[in-house]
Design a binder for this molecule. Structure first.
Ligand code: ZN
Length: 590
């Protein structure tokens, strides 16, 4: 297959392929456009013809080759993208098994028909049978209207062994297909029975609104112990990818520019009924990176209404961390005791729910409040507990400005100097345990791994690419303190003065990695091209920060040396180094 991919890539130009979907404009050696995967007004989506890659510097911060683009924009798997591009390129695919393709297609269609018929069957049972009526009464007692019940196609599965299976077989479906669709179970000894029995049924739809699975909530006489039961993964239903309610919420998420994430199906449906339709649920499963990537197409703002026990729920914390790494802005709905959103809406009204959502707090504020809640910041034991809860949160913050803010805040509350907080932070090791993101092959582009110092160097390089004539603001000796390839870039600009930035970038072509990175910086600089920038001031700020970072590094080295000397008891030398140390911190505060 790889030779076919190469063949396709050699015949097609990424610029032509993408032009079929979005409007590209020339920007230096690259092209730019408004990103098709997130909402934006100024274009931050770049296409590099020389690298045959695209990258979004806006909400998504994602990129890849033409295959990845087609997969994302057409919302298809790799194989499908391969077919689309092969067709465009006039390449005949030998590796695709036509028979197998056909079979898979019919399998999907069959599965969809079975799910649709099952949904109808469950709906009918809710409406027409006496026990179904009881289930309907229960739903109405929980606050759902007739319209809502119809719109969400809620149903009831009778508490019999095989009513649904018999019905489907009567419609001409094979036993094996019914099992594959997830609505029946086959056990050894030729046993064949319905999966959902004596349950209220919530159909789960894919993005096009097609029913692909079900959640069943226990109701009435039922010996089954599980309160909720879900369709297992099938050819259509993959629980790590499907988000309950998204087919009905997507428009509203785009309009409102944020998405409310709740735990239960009922919470989601009630929120829609109350008029907040930008709400989805991750029912019965942890939030995965795939879920987040899907949501990313609609918004980069999430409002979470989860039962958030600060000390507990590691899965939730991990999901939040994952979302932060994907650049989501996260807020947390304040907790309202034991009640879930569906209860709030039922007892206090939809308006109250809207108010509560509007009161949601940025995630770090939430973590901070949770850390100091019911603790005494003057008590030494509590100080330690607060620090051990909140410092790892600070450590993980991606924005320097934010980090600085919270260091100040916690230092005030605990009455411990910022310097000591920073020292303490340095000792904290974070075990991320988070899935590696795709495209991490190129280290230079791996944003999460970058240190503050590296980010500042990058910022400076971007500013100089924008205003090469300002290169003299960076002193000769300082130029050499950068690492390659930024150092080489800056030296080249200094040496050749009136050279065009495009030529500078092209001069890196011999090293793929360096070329990619420099081109990445160029694209980032082009983003700022028409912005009103006080360049001297910006460069000044970066240089100051760069020097403060190197001072801090020096301080770190000194304090390590001082610790060694303490062991030896060499107080003379300690005094000398301490003075050096203090002098550095004074300079920092200037
Ligand atoms: Zn984007």
């Amino acid at each position: 297959m790889s030779s076919e991919i190469e063949e396709i890539k050699s015949r097609l130009n990424i610029v032509d392929v993408l032009s079929g979907y979005i409007k590209l404009e020339k920007a230096g050696i690259n092209y730019r456009a408004c990103c098709p995967f997130h909402k934006e007004k100024t274009p931050s989506f770049f296409v590099s013809p020389s690298r045959q890659l695209w990258h979004c510097f806006g909400g998504c911060n994602e990129g890849g080759d033409m295959f990845k683009f087609v997969m994302k924009i057409e919302n298809v798997e790799f194989k499908e993208a391969l077919k689309i591009l092969a067709h465009k390129a006039g390449v005949e695919l030998k590796t695709v098994n036509v028979e197998q393709e056909k079979r898979q297609k019919t399998e999907k269609e069959t599965c969809a028909s079975i799910c649709e018929l099952s949904a109808k069957f469950f709906e009918l049972y809710l409406e027409k049978t006496s026990i179904g009526k009881k289930a309907e009464e229960y739903l109405k007692d929980r606050g759902l209207s007739d319209v809502t019940i119809k719109e969400w196609r809620l149903g009831y599965s009778t508490n019999s062994w095989s009513k649904l299976a018999e019905f489907l077989i009567g419609k001409g479906f094979e036993r094996s297909d019914i099992v594959k669709a997830g609505v029946a179970i086959e056990k050894e000894g030729n046993k064949f029975f319905d999966r959902f029995r004596g349950r209220i049924i919530f159909p789960i739809c894919d993005m096009s609104g097609r029913v692909v699975g079900f959640t069943g909530r226990i109701f009435g006489e039922n010996n089954d112990s599980a309160k909720y039961l879900n369709t297992p993964n099938t050819i259509l239903y993959d629980k790590s990818k499907i988000i309950f309610g998204l087919d009905k919420a997507k428009e509203s998420i785009r309009e409102n520019e944020f998405c409310i994430l709740v735990e239960g199906n009922m919470d989601c449906i009630m929120s829609h009924q109350a008029g907040m339709k930008n709400c989805v649920a991750v029912s019965g499963t942890a939030l995965t990176e795939q879920h987040l990537n899907i949501l990313k197409r609609y918004t980069n703002k999430l409002v979470l209404s989860f039962d958030m026990d600060f000390a507990g729920n590691n899965a939730t914390k991990k999901a939040i961390r994952q979302a932060q790494l994907l650049d989501f802005e996260i807020k947390i709905v304040p907790s309202f005791g034991e009640k879930d959103p569906a209860d709030i809406i039922l007892h206090e009204g939809g308006e109250r729910w809207k108010e509560i959502v509007a009161e949601s707090k940025p995630i770090n504020e939430f973590y901070f409040d949770s850390a100091i809640k019911s603790r005494d910041p003057k008590d030494i034991k509590d100080k330690k507990l607060i620090a051990s809860d909140f410092l790892p949160i600070i450590k993980q913050m991606l924005s320097n400005i934010e980090r600085a803010y919270w260091i100040g805040k916690i230092s005030d509350v605990l009455d411990i100097s910022e310097r000591d907080i920073i020292k303490e932070l340095e000792t904290i090791r974070i075990e991320e345990g988070i899935q590696e993101r795709e495209d991490t092959k190129n280290d230079f582009l791996n944003l999460e791994r970058k240190t503050r110092g590296e980010l500042i160097d990058e910022e400076l390089a971007i500013l100089i690419l924008l205003f090469p004539e300002k290169i003299d603001l960076i002193g000769e000796s300082l130029l050499h303190s950068f690492t390659s390839p930024i150092k080489d870039l800056l030296l080249k600009i200094k040496e050749k003065r009136d050279i065009k930035t495009e030529e500078v970038v092209n001069s890196f072509q011999s090293d793929d990695n360096h070329f990619n990175y420099i081109n990445y910086l160029l694209m980032k600089s082009e983003l700022n091209k028409n912005k009103d920038i006080d360049i001297d001031k910006e460069i000044g700020v970066c240089l100051k920060e760069k020097s403060s970072i190197s001072k801090k590094a020096e301080q770190k080295k000194l304090s390590k040396e001082i610790k060694e000397l303490e062991k030896k008891g060499d107080f003379e030398q300690i005094k000398v180094l301490s003075e050096k140390f203090n002098k550095l911190s004074q300079n920092n505060n200037e």
